[in-house]
Design a protein around this ligand. Structure first.
Ligand code: DQA
Length: 156
């Protein structure tokens, strides 16, 4: 069974309370339970959330290792770091060159928002980008990772 990591960046710990018109009314902890249930036969999911760039990059680096941080694919919502962080883009690029794909997710449609949200440094290094599908975007990202890793949708 494939191991897939979900990493969320700053303020996504407040999903459900944070600007619900943009980001919905469900917490990610609750949604993660739904994801685990829906994909229980297809993959093993793990989830981390970080408020700062250094910790997030450390976690992405650990994915390449052989310790407990390792996994085979990454679903990454870098939040505001998408628009500012070359460090995060480099970390995702290193994963890609090591054969570990990343799907970048944005809950909101960043292309319909402020101009400064319409560029992500991470996107060029990601295998795919999903924006504007709400929390369903995480399911789409997992399905695409399974497709890349196994050559099928793998949907549970
Ligand atoms: C976001 C979009 C970013 O522009 C924003 O800074 C976030 C969340 C999204 O999921 O839509 O924190 O990544």
């Amino acid at each position: 069974m494939k191991n897939i990591r979900i990493i969320n960046g700053p303020h996504l710990n407040l999903l459900g309370k944070r600007e619900p018109l943009l980001y919905g009314s469900e917490s990610f902890e609750r949604h993660f339970q739904v994801l685990q249930s829906n994909f229980s036969e297809a993959c093993s999911l793990s989830y981390q959330q970080f408020q700062d760039e250094g910790s997030m990059v450390d976690a992405i680096n650990a994915i390449m290792g052989k310790d407990e941080g390792a996994c085979e694919g990454l679903v990454l919502n870098p939040a505001a770091y998408s628009h500012s962080s070359l460090v995060t883009a480099d970390a995702v690029g290193m994963l890609a060159s090591g054969g570990i794909p990343t799907v970048e997710v944005h809950i909101s449609n960043v292309f319909a928002r402020e101009a400064y949200r319409q560029h992500s440094f991470v996107s060029a290094r990601a295998a795919a980008v999903i924006a504007g599908a709400g929390l369903h975007g995480y399911s789409l990202a997992i399905e695409h990772l399974l497709y890349l890793l196994e050559g099928s949708s793998g949907r549970a």
